[in-house]
Ligand binder design. Structure first.
Ligand code: PLP
Length: 447
């Protein structure tokens, strides 16, 4: 890295038990005022952060392998983001772009047109959250095609609004008891190399998906197919080579809008601006969110101009979408990714993780597979000697890690995948220290 933006030493330091006394006091207050539906992974209340370290209210320095689920890709509280956001906050905080526009919105749309895959005219809409981006992509695809059906892959996560819950695979805890959900939404088979029949290729998995679409939905009825190039909440599932190419060709042949949901994997995290670039595929629409604005709420749908422009003026939008402060932060994020070579840093993180934890499946009997791309890693936990998911092992590992100052995430349809989404600025020393803590938990699970 060119210069150090860190205001906190990049090391783990535990000075109280975790959660500490101040966290416990805040948690007691929380139980009286906050819905239990907003469940938390670790009841450790954070005060500030820098780079890959979070500092809690008791002064503990914690290694963050979660980034608030993939958001602070460029590191916590980067001074350049703070400066850009505060300068904008002092200048103009809101007009609503669809009432009276401003340039930041244009600059973000121009940059998105440049960095998303595809050499054609692209237009964008800016919104507030990932789920809102997905919802808008559904509306746009339906309007463009005049069709109703929407397909999402098994193990997908597309959000928690009513429409995106219908596109999200697992019932618990995201959907249970909160329906009914909209119709004409279909879950179709994906490619999950660890769980597919041995030797199944990406092309064969795509043929299975296409057969399902043809027999359950009808290709001519399908408006859009949504894919995550790397499934995040699904458990860092990376489809086999040829899967997306075959599906994308099928979509093109049949007038189906191919949507790459890059909300978790996009914006440099996978070692490319967008993770679909790791395949020979150009999506029609791309959704971005999470890492796009360094923690400020912003999301986007970007894609072929003729598809994006199918919607009548006033058909898409919203009060806060593309807010001046969030867009200022996003412009600073784009600058940092380029000036600090953060796509290369994501590749460095990938190499460092594989070098440190790549042999866990050989060393620990509860580890079925270690997989990853860029700064996205999944460790699938199983019952020894089988591929049977092991959610109890995941709970034990997460409990040990959090109580020792390492934030890690859960994932997977069976809640059995340990997920790492660290900042791309994380050092090899922190990766090593975090891995050592997690290894203690894995060792304790050995029969
Ligand atoms: C791939 C994907 N799509 C959509 C969403 C929903 O984004 P948000 O939580 O910002 O609504 C997420 C969030 O985790 C995601 O990972």
């Amino acid at each position: 890295m060119a210069s150090s933006p860190f205001t906190v030493s990049q090391e783990r330091k535990i000075v109280t038990e975790l959660p500490g006394p101040k966290s416990k006091e805040m948690h007691a207050r929380r139980l009286k005022t906050v819905s239990r539906g907003a469940g938390t992974l670790a009841d450790i209340y954070m005060d500030h952060g820098s780079g890959a370290i979070l500092v809690d209210v008791d002064g503990n320095q914690i290694i963050d392998l979660g980034c608030g689920i993939g958001v602070t890709t460029i590191g916590h509280a980067h001074p350049a983001i703070a400066a850009a956001a505060s300068a904008q906050a002092n200048k103009l905080t809101h007009t609503l772009f669809t009432v009276t526009p401003y340039e930041n919105y244009l600059l973000v749309a121009e940059k998105l047109a440049e960095i998303t895959p595809g050499d054609f005219e692209k237009h964008s809409i800016l919104v507030n959250s990932g789920a809102e981006a997905v919802e808008n992509a559904v509306k746009i695809a339906r309007k463009y095609t005049g069709r109703r059906a929407i397909a999402a892959l098994d193990h997908a996560f597309h959000g928690r609004t009513n429409l995106t819950m219908a596109m999200t695979y697992r019932p618990w805890p995201e959907r249970a008891g909160m329906g009914p959900f909209p119709g004409e939404i279909y879950s179709v088979p994906t490619s999950y190399p660890f769980r597919d029949p041995e030797g199944m290729t990406g092309v064969e998995a795509a043929e299975r998906t296409i057969d399902y679409i043809t027999t359950h939905i009808g290709a001519t009825e399908l408006a859009a197919l949504f894919v995550e190039p790397i499934q995040g909440d699904g458990g860092i599932v990376i489809p086999a080579e040829g899967f997306f190419e075959t599906l994308s060709a099928f979509c093109t042949e049949n007038g189906i809008v191919f949507v790459s949901d890059e909300i978790q994997a996009g914006i440099a995290r996978s070692g490319a601006w967008y993770a679909i670039e790791h395949h020979n595929v150009v999506p029609d629409l791309v959704t971005s969110a999470k890492g796009i604005a360094g923690g400020f709420p912003l999301a986007a749908v970007t894609g072929r101009a003729e598809i994006m422009d199918a919607v009548q003026p006033g058909g898409i939008g919203g009060t806060f979408g593309g807010n001046p402060v969030s867009t200022a932060a996003a412009l600073a994020v784009f600058d940092l990714i380029e000036s600090e070579n953060l796509i290369e840093e994501a590749k460095r993180v990938e190499r460092a993780f594989f070098a440190r934890i790549g042999d866990w499946a050989e060393r620990f009997s509860v580890v079925g597979e270690v997989r990853g791309k860029g700064a996205m890693f999944g460790v699938e936990l199983v019952h020894p000697g089988t591929t049977k998911p092991n959610p109890e092992a995941l709970s034990a590992v997460i409990a040990h890690a959090t109580s020792n100052g390492v934030i890690v995430l859960d994932a997977g349809s069976w809640d059995s995948v340990l997920r790492f989404l660290p900042s791309v600025v994380i050092s090899e020393e922190l990766i090593d220290d975090a891995a050592t803590v997690i290894e203690q938990a894995l060792q304790a699970l050995e029969p």
